[in-house]
Design a protein around this ligand. Sequence first.
Ligand code: DLL
Length: 448
Amino acid sequence: MKKCFWNDQNGSFFPEMALDFMPTEKLRQVQLQRLQATVTHSYNKVPLFRKRMEDLKLKPTDIQQLSDITLLPFSTKKDLRDTYPYQLFAAEMKKIVRLHASSGTTGKPIVVGYTQEDMEVWAQVVKRGLLAAGFSSEDIVQNFYGYGLFTGGLGVHGGLESLGATVIPVSGGNTERQIMIMKDFEVTAIAGTPSYFIRMIDVAEKMGVDLRKLKIKRGLFGAEPWSDGMREYIEKKANIKAFDIYGLSEIIGPGVGSECECQSGIHIFEDHFYPEIIDPETLKSLPDGEEGELVLSTLSKQAMPILRYRTRDITSIETTPCSCGRTIRRIKRIGRRSDDMFIIRGVNVFPSQIEAALLKAEKSLPHYQIILDRKNRLDTIEVKVEISREMLSDNIGDMEALKKRFSHSIEQILGISIMVSLCEPGSLPRSEGKAKRVLDKRQQGATL
Ligand code: DLL
């Protein structure tokens, strides 16, 4: 069968794939029309947005071209907290068919709502992501993103159903049962957080199950940063292709963007979500290719349109076209957020740098946890690294040398030395959803 853009691997026809390949000029027209409609909708229905526009002496009709988006005010997570639970909704409650919530790090959750139309767009964008990653209607897919208020489980589920794949809605948890299902149900594709899958790799090994011999061919991983090293590890240990899917509750959930078979960055579904990059300090727009904070605007959301939302995710917009032929732009995979940085002895440190150093030292990523504390009014940092069974040795000298390799690698990347301690296999806490790599004891005030 002749390969066509809008066919999946089995030749089934998916016309929505054409949206990924729209001529750029047409795409920009669609974006402008939708941006104007979204600004008008928000201005008429959301008091907070209207007030901010009035403060800036702006009217929806001032948005004449796409670049006028920079005239609009930013929105932030704080806006969602301040308007808890429903004051950012732009549709009547009777039109809202779904609520999700994200707990975040402090206090009250943020609440997001969807109309039936929003649900259809959500399923469509996730489906386009699945198709781009080579999933097909014939796949049997184990979805181990958490089901519930988190957007991961049900969001990916909607896309899988729309694709016509067989979904196993297993959610997170009960790792041994997950492995049993993978094997017995002849699963051909998986979706979940990369850190939880890495844990499954360990558990499968303990159970004597060789994941490489199962029928799984591909996985769609996201909801947290995962490095190229982690990708290599997953692909090798399970003999699958691992693709990145990105999203956030405030914008829609999973499916804001996704990787294609070229695995060279995340294509943003630009006909629904408009990306910009800004300098997080000056808030000025940055040109394509420059690294900064990703700002997203929804272009079709009805229940909760959001304009110029500051994601805190650091990335850049790719300047070269992807060899897959998609015209929708790509962003670089996201390794860090502007708010996960901490400062130790004057040096800016991102958890992703520590992860890169550990990976470099041992070529495979060990479980680790970064512990921040405060002693005598000084911030301290300790990296606890769990020894894998392969690294374990009875010889104290070997263990000392291993520890040195880790500290040395960290020092090379950060330029400062950091305390590293080794701990026994299986002793660090594991997560069945997003990994929690940093334990910040400073706020607890116990060791002031
Ligand atoms: O994590 C939505 C999602 C579910 C995406 C399943 C992909 C798969 P939130 O809980 O609101 O939503 O968290 C959003 O998670 O701002 C990023 O910091 C991070 N994040 C999400 N996907 C990725 C990714 C979901 N692929 C926040 N790479 C975002 C890096 C990611 N970080």
